[in-house]
Design a protein around this ligand. Structure first.
Ligand code: GLY
Length: 301
């Protein structure tokens, strides 16, 4: 059997490296994704996920997250949650419920409290200072777009028993409108996994990525016989081209995918990094887009 874990951006490397040895020892994909994403959420240097994430335009940090089990398709997700130490833990617990699997705002926070999950002030002094700087620039009349720091951590794991799990966590766009929700908690758009096939997770501009469920489409194309890279390319680049033709513009799109044999793939229209460990051997890759549909991969370690 093969075990594997893959995660978006350099920030995922720490989590991938923590979780990979457990997978080698027979640990579950669910624990690997949970542990991997918690490491990213807990690190205050990551400015777009969990503790240390950058806030919305009111100076409040609101987070989105999801967890999906590829054996039974159970999904849990939260959106617009505040002051929860680890949104991925709440998403995972919600995925075990029969109903009420996706909760937003106060309802999600009440659920988390009732389940005993830790509350924490997630806004660090550094994030607060960045917000104050941005707000001052806005008051000076500089046009600001809610852009910087919107990178999501998404992870997919495959364990020795053949179970696959996907998860996401993000604080969304810096200076977003209060209550704004991106693609990360949306099944099919931000993540999808089927243990008999594979999974995909997304990071980029949620407003564009929610226009089509490319993670689901990737898995569906794999189920129809395409290899993981061909499936991802067909789903992602086909839609980017369509969006460009229809709208004349397209946001950032980056995806990683993993099949149920441990083969992985990447598609991106921006420079992007991802971390992956297959049977415990961890690597970090830099992805540079060339012409649409083609990327150059450089193994950094
Ligand atoms: N992709 C994360 C977001 O747009 O919120």
């Amino acid at each position: 059997m093969t075990n594997a874990i893959i995660g978006t951006w350099r920030m995922a490397a720490e989590g991938v490296e923590l979780a990979a040895p457990d997978l080698v020892k027979g640990g579950s994909a669910a624990d690997a994704v949970t542990r991997g994403i918690m490491a990213v959420e807990d690190n205050p240097d990551n400015i777009s996920v969990g503790f240390g994430g950058l806030p919305n335009r009111d100076g409040v940090l609101e987070m989105d997250s999801a967890f999906m089990n590829g054996d039974d398709f159970q999904i849990g997700a939260v959106a617009g949650v505040r002051d929860i130490a680890n949104p991925i833990l709440v998403s995972r617990r919600l995925s075990q419920e029969r109903v009420n699997n996706v909760l937003v705002g106060i309802g999600a926070e009440e659920y988390a409290a009732a389940q005993g999950f830790a509350r924490k002030n997630m806004l660090t002094d550094k994030a607060q200072a960045e917000y104050t700087k941005r707000k001052a620039a806005s008051q000076r009349g500089e046009r600001l777009t809610p852009y910087d720091g919107h990178d999501t951590v998404g992870m997919i794991a495959l364990d020795e028993a053949g179970t696959m799990v996907a998860g996401t966590s993000t604080s969304g766009l810096f200076m977003k409108h209060a209550g704004r929700v991106g693609d990360s908690p949306l099944a099919g758009n931000g993540f999808y996994v089927d243990s008999e096939v594979g999974g995909a997770v997304a990071t980029g501009l949620g407003e564009d990525m929610m226009k089509r469920p490319l993670c689901f489409e990737t898995v569906d194309l794999m189920a129809r016989g395409l290899g993981v890279q061909d499936a991802l390319d067909q789903a992602v680049y086909g839609f980017i081209a369509k969006l460009q033709a229809r709208n004349g513009k397209v946001g950032e799109f980056s995806y990683v995918a993993l099949d149920n044999r441990g083969n992985f793939a990447v598609a991106s229209n921006v420079e992007f990094q991802f971390a992956v460990a297959v049977n415990g051997a961890a690597h970090l890759y830099l992805v540079t887009p060339l012409d649409l549909g083609q990327v150059q991969l450089r193994q950094e370690y």
